[in-house]
Design a protein. Structure first.
Length: 254
């Protein structure tokens, strides 16, 4: 009876993880997973071509951008190698033997990752503080703290700076940090209200214009999702979201 309950709990956790990966992880690189997890991901809508099925004797997640770590993957790849090649979790689900961790591949090792992350957070703090100095940008108290603390994805910071040239905006909140994410994993979404006397209170009309403007910038900007959403409070906002994982060094290349 206990074995049946454990198996059922494992399926529930796997389905939760699969749904999150399907909706939140980008398709710029392959996703490594064991056979059962890959099947769950396909059921959740991830194309088979975007998956790398890890098999015993041929388990090399370095050919992917993200690895979904299950108990089976730990056995095939080894905890030591996973810690070295995939040092950061972007999300985790469940606990104990059923725990599933979604990790980003960084083959240069944990020390190099830690160094790159420190530089990235420093750059995010500088860019976030600079964004607040732009006249067309205002933010809630919590959003200001996130910007000044280096908690916002660099792609999102660059996008907000581009949008502010065309639209005065108030940043209501940042979001999309997943459960169980490692320290330094940034917020990937922003809820905005376009401000100004001539702006309609409904954001729907701004979404198409913003989306066209951002996507024509090309490169990583093209992966932004921009839509009008209604918050739990009933307020309608423009939401900008980028897929996981983020990218290091974008702010230094500008």
């Amino acid at each position: 009876m206990k074995a049946r309950a454990d198996a059922s709990a494992e399926v529930v956790v796997r389905d939760r993880a699969a749904d999150w990966v399907a909706t939140q992880v980008g398709r710029a690189g392959l996703i490594s997973c064991d056979q059962a997890m890959c099947q769950a991901l396909q059921t959740s809508g991830v194309p088979a071509a975007d998956l790398l099925v890890l098999k015993r004797g041929a388990a090399d997640p370095l050919h992917s951008a993200v690895v979904v770590v299950t108990a089976a993957v730990k056995q095939m790849v080894g905890s030591r190698r996973l810690a070295a090649d995939a040092p950061a979790a972007i999300a985790s689900f469940g606990s104990g033997a059923a725990r599933i961790v979604v990790k980003t591949i960084f083959p240069r090792g944990p020390a190099a990752y830690a160094s790159a992350l420190r530089n990235e957070i420093t750059d995010r703090k500088t860019a976030g503080t600079s964004l607040l100095l732009l006249g067309p940008v205002t933010a809630s108290a919590v959003a200001r703290q996130d910007l000044q603390g280096g908690q916002v994805d660099s792609r999102l910071l660059l996008t907000l700076a581009e949008l502010a040239v065309q639209w005065p905006v108030n940043i209501v909140a940042f979001g999309d940090r997943a459960p169980g994410a490692s320290p330094g994993i940034p917020f990937r979404s922003a809820d905005l209200v376009v401000t100004g006397a001539k702006v309609s209170p409904a954001p729907d009309g701004e979404v198409r214009l913003m989306s066209d403007f951002v996507h024509q910038l090309g490169d990583y900007f093209a992966s932004a999702s921009i839509e009008a959403v209604q918050l739990a409070s009933g307020r309608r906002v423009v939401q900008i979201e980028f897929p996981a994982p983020g990218r290091f060094g974008l702010l230094r290349s500008r």
